[in-house]
Design a binder for this molecule. Structure first.
Ligand SMILES: *Cc1c(COP(=O)(O)O)cnc(C)c1O
Length: 492
């Protein structure tokens, strides 16, 4: 066991002052920069003045937390903890009593290079003194121009036009509207339907929810949603005896073709999370599926929208997941990691022919969509700093070695008798617990916190989606603690 990982307090999470050794170790594992220690002193002083429990009570009184049954936070035996975060550094989040949690899920999949990253911080501080925001209609600014140019270059200029919003769901709304409107401007206004995959997740606003297939998020709002067509998922766990992941991909593509044959003239677009359907439980598929669907979209004149909100920005091993299939879509949606996990930023990248379908002297043929914070300079500057780190540190290459180490650290879980479908794609790991209790996910979350880990299984699927900065010690601890948590919760 590595020195830095404290054994969890057996009695209560809320006791146990940290040992001096653990504190010292703690400091050495975070950035030793001058800025870092200066900030720590200030934070230390603030820490003393604040009471952890006060924040929890005040939050529960006035903050309605996302994706949460608030009653689960009510005190009682089974209550789910609410952790007031005081500060973050590197892969760690700290609470007001100095306890720390390794952010093994990158704070809902957004953080790429750690919390309080000194390089991103420096760029943002510089931007703050230049321009915090200006409207993007009738005005433009360096961060949004440079970001659009850089992203275009990453697609070899194929997706050369970027349209900006703030959250992932807004990017999905934009792609759906753009697809429909592009067909309408091309005299094909009967193309109005959208196709999504079984288990798909594209966000929770009304339009995005209509192409989402996660019952828990969708069912209550059924009457509000426009119907969409759902096709088979290429999830390779569905392989029959003797079938490969590629065979499953072919079967799933055949399902798409059958639908296109029947009614492609009514379909505007198919929307896909390439390589990994994250929110449904890290369902992974072979890249062949994407190239087969790309060919079908060309043949049947249907737009291909790739939602890379979770899987983009190097998460699957390439900058864009679709690079592994050797294809480009008609629209790509990015958000989450693009700003390094700092600020809400999303965007839709599209092709020249789509852009041209809107280009006209007639205002109504234009894409008359906007959000107040479209192209926010601070968010764009955070994205530029993030892209610079990818370039300067050769992150995609470094991640290959890092991923191999993480896979090795998780080997005892891959071979565990209560684990099935251990799988990995780039910087995502997942496995399914065999015979998990109904409250597995909630208990895992609570137990993980006691082991200095932030992890939230999806149903009985445990996954890791860490930032791209874990060092060897953190990787070893991550493997050991995940195993310990799993054994405790599964009752092994
Ligand atoms: C998170 C996510 C979204 C929605 O993004 P928000 O910023 O939460 O609105 C859409 N699609 C995918 C694949 C996602 O993972």
């Amino acid at each position: 066991m590595t020195r830095c990982w404290r054994t969890p307090p057996s009695a209560s999470r809320r006791s146990a002052p940290r040992s001096r050794a653990a504190k010292a170790c703690n400091r050495s594992s975070t950035s030793a920069s001058r800025v870092g220690s200066w900030a720590s002193n200030i934070i230390g002083a603030v820490l003393k003045a604040e009471k952890q429990s006060g924040w929890v009570e005040r939050s529960l009184r006035s903050v309605w937390h996302p994706c949460t049954q608030m009653q689960h936070h009510a005190s009682g035996n089974n209550s789910v903890p609410l952790i007031p975060v005081s500060h973050g550094r590197g892969a760690w989040l700290y609470d007001h009593e100095g306890r720390r949690y390794l952010d093994a899920i990158s704070s809902w999949w957004v953080n790429l290079f750690g919390h309080a990253n000194p390089r991103i911080n420096a760029e943002l501080k510089d931007q703050l003194d230049r321009l915090e925001h200006a409207m993007l209609a009738g005005f433009t600014h360096a961060p949004v121009v440079e970001l659009s140019e850089k992203l275009s270059a990453l697609t070899g200029g194929v997706l050369g036009h970027s349209f900006y919003a703030s959250d992932g769901a807004s990017a999905v709304e934009i792609a759906l509207k753009m697809s429909f409107h592009a067909w309408r401007n091309s005299g094909k206004s009967e193309k109005q339907e959208f196709v999504c995959l079984k288990g798909s997740y594209h966000g929770e606003t009304i339009g995005a929810l209509a192409v989402t297939d996660v019952a828990l998020f969708k069912d209550a709002y059924g009457p509000l949603l426009r119907a969409s067509q759902t096709v088979m998922s290429p999830d390779f766990r569905q392989a029959f005896e003797g079938e490969s992941a590629e065979d499953v991909a072919r079967r799933a593509a055949a399902d798409v073709e059958q639908l296109f044959q029947q009614k492609a003239d009514k379909i505007a677009a198919i929307i896909i999370e390439p390589l990994v359907q994250c929110a449904t439980g890290m369902a992974m598929h072979d890249p062949l599926y994407l190239s087969l669907v790309r060919a079908l979209c060309d043949r049947y004149q249907v737009h291909l929208i790739l939602d890379e909100i979770a899987v983009g920005c190097g998460r699957t091993g390439t900058f864009f997941a679709c690079e592994q299939a050797g294809i480009w879509p008609d629209f790509v949606c990015l958000s989450k990691g693009i700003s390094g996990g700092y600020l809400p930023l999303s965007l839709v990248m599209t092709r020249e022919d789509i852009y041209q379908a809107f280009y006209s002297t007639d205002v109504r043929r234009g894409f008359l969509h906007s959000h107040s914070y479209t192209g926010n300079p601070l968010a764009c500057r955070a994205a530029l700093a993030t892209l610079a780190i990818f370039e300067e540190d050769d992150v995609l290459v470094a991640n290959r070695a890092r991923a191999a180490k993480i896979t090795r650290a998780l080997a005892p879980l891959a071979q565990h008798e209560r684990v099935k479908h251990f799988r990995q794609q780039g910087m995502i790991w997942a496995f399914d617990a065999v015979d998990a209790a109904p409250d597995f996910s909630r208990r895992f979350f609570s137990t993980a916190l006691e082991h200095e880990l932030l992890m939230r299984p999806i149903g009985s699927t445990v996954y890791l989606m860490p930032p791209y900065i874990l060092d060897d010690e953190e990787i070893a601890g991550l493997g050991q603690q995940t195993l310990a948590v799993f054994n405790t919760v599964i009752g092994a």
